[in-house]
Design a binder for this molecule. Sequence first.
Ligand SMILES: [Zn+2]
Length: 308
Amino acid sequence: MFLVKGKKYNAQVRCHSCDSDKSKYIACIGGHDYFICVVCGLIFSDNLSEESFDAMYKHKNETEQELIERFQSKLIVSSKRARYLFGHVTANLNLKVLDVGCGEGSFLFALKEYGIDAYGVESNMIQARYGIAKHQLNILNSYYDKASFERSTFDVITFNRVLEHIPDVHKTLETARYHLKDGGFLFIDVPTYWNKNKVFMKNQWGGGHLRLYDINSLKYLLVERHSFELIHAIPFVDFYGNYKPGCACLVKNKTVRKDSDRLVKKISPFKAFRIKLSIFLGNPVLRVKKILIKLLPQHIIERLKKLR
Ligand SMILES: [Zn+2]
């Protein structure tokens, strides 16, 4: 048993991605402790209960006006995302695409422009019903699990800012593999903690985010841990602009799995230290750097600069 600011942990805290117990406590935000894994670089919360997931998403109640407004605002981002993924598709390939956690279905709506056979799955009944009734979208109102669809059904599966909310990430990715055709593609877009200018983004905490990735920890999860083939890694996606930075990976489903326990390069203790200091001071890294320059010996400042 060990303590983090008076809270008792009966077991060692394990990283959600690589299961390593080598993590460092960085902050308590919204009543939950956050840790950074020093093996794969994932920032993760101690909160993985299904009850809090249900309270936040499944039972969320919104008025029709709120749904309309959200659909419209999300459609801008969804259209950019659809263009990014399918804008180059000229021939009618009869692609069958699944969007997991599709909400009201703005991404499915945007996919119509590309002649795609689009499906969504959404646990929130009000959001799912809105997409079905108002926009005639194919939305299954359910949790996402193997029973949701037949095996090898989809050419592409997308998780658009969804994976960071799901308690059991490994089960979810195995479910996606089950529903993907052999050679099908998985696209995952998640929030990240540095923006393009290497400023630590405090607004990425909370909002039900159980994890914050960077491109290395996302690649580790998909390629090393789940044996997908990396097609394209995007360190910064700009669908939302620099205020809500994300990173994304496009990976391919392979039938032959490789068993690899090779880990990505371990993150340096300095990265964990920078994140902790950014949270503690509540200021962008640029200001943190100025403080560091006054406090730290020159050789450590040089090492921190190299990390950028
Ligand atoms: Zn890890």
